[in-house]
Design a protein around this ligand. Structure first.
Ligand code: NAD
Length: 261
């Protein structure tokens, strides 16, 4: 599959799943807009490395997806510096664990702002250009937690269920515009986000991280193995391909059997 000539923005592409998706899209020939919330020098280094490894153009835009003006500016930079924005992957996300009564209000607001509103702001800025061109692909990275619940993850589960609803609405609104909007629902993928959860659990339970990794998988994921960012990227590539031209408003689970359970 070739995405040469397409421009893709992947939010949260400095780490984990987003980085895997950006690299897979670059390997398929797309020009890439890197985004993340970390050290600008780190984002710039990834940009340079990806450009030279895959022979594509890339720009680095450190920005906060929870701010609508940052999302609009990211899309504008893609259009000005790379000529258009054809593929938007709303991937940036964070997690926090606590019972509802102990959940800090500011954490709730932050998770909803990044994990849910960030995807809305991205689409708000990107859809007009895609519709004008008559071609576009939006992929929202949801979660198995967007389809089933989990105790102590109120904001995360609410945001991920929300993004699946938003995906349906955006798919419908763009059904005849040449623009598809879909979600991918990963189960456990071993990234810094999950490594922190494993470390927190090991500390709280007085166990080892290896024991907690096994426990996480045994609780949720019947395949008893973690997915990799490349597994999630493969689903994103499919959704960006011509083969998926009539797939919209829906989601693909890449979850080792989690939701089937
Ligand atoms: P990660 O922590 O490795 O990476 C998160 C990325 O988001 C980083 O690049 C970070 O800089 C960026 N980010 C955080 N806040 C941001 C903000 N305000 N603005 C812009 N960028 C911001 O996490 P990951 O595990 O790769 O998760 C990526 C996505 O996949 C998230 O939406 C997460 O909910 C989802 N997901 C992950 C798993 C998993 O098991 N790892 C499972 C299901 C869904």
């Amino acid at each position: 599959m070739s995405l040469r000539g397409k421009v893709a923005l992947v939010t949260g592409s400095t780490s984990g799943i987003g980085l895997g998706i950006a690299q897979a899209l670059a390997e398929a020939g797309a020009d890439i807009v890197f985004n993340g919330f970390g050290d600008p020098a780190e984002i710039e280094a990834l940009r340079r490395e990806t450009e030279s490894r895959y022979g594509i153009r890339a720009i680095a835009v450190p920005a906060d997806v929870s701010k609508p003006e940052d999302c609009a500016a990211m899309v504008a930079r893609a259009q000005e510096e790379l000529g258009s924005l054809d593929i938007l992957v709303n991937n940036a996300g964070i997690q926090f664990t606590a019972d509802i009564e102990d959940f800090p209000i500011e954490k709730w607001n932050q998770i909803i702002a990044i994990n849910l509103s960030g995807a809305f702001y991205g689409m708000h800025a990107a859809l007009p250009g895609m519709k004008a061109k008559g071609w576009g692909r939006v992929v929202n990275i949801a979660s198995a937690h967007g389809l089933v619940g989990s105790a102590q993850k109120s904001a995360y589960v609410a945001a991920k269920h929300g993004i699946i609803g938003l995906t349906k609405v955006a798919g419908l609104e763009n059904a005849n515009a040449g623009v598809t909007v879909n979600a991918v629902c990963p189960g456990w993928v071993l990234t810094p986000l999950v490594e922190k959860q494993i470390a927190d659990r090991a500390r709280a339970n007085g166990t080892t991280e290896e024991q907690e990794s096994h426990a996480l998988l045994a609780e949720k994921q019947p395949m008893l193995r973690f997915s990799t960012p490349a597994h999630i990227a493969a689903a994103v590539l499919y959704l960006c391909s011509d083969g998926a031209a009539t797939v919209t408003g829906t989601q693909i689970s890449v979850d080792g059997g989690w939701v089937a359970r």
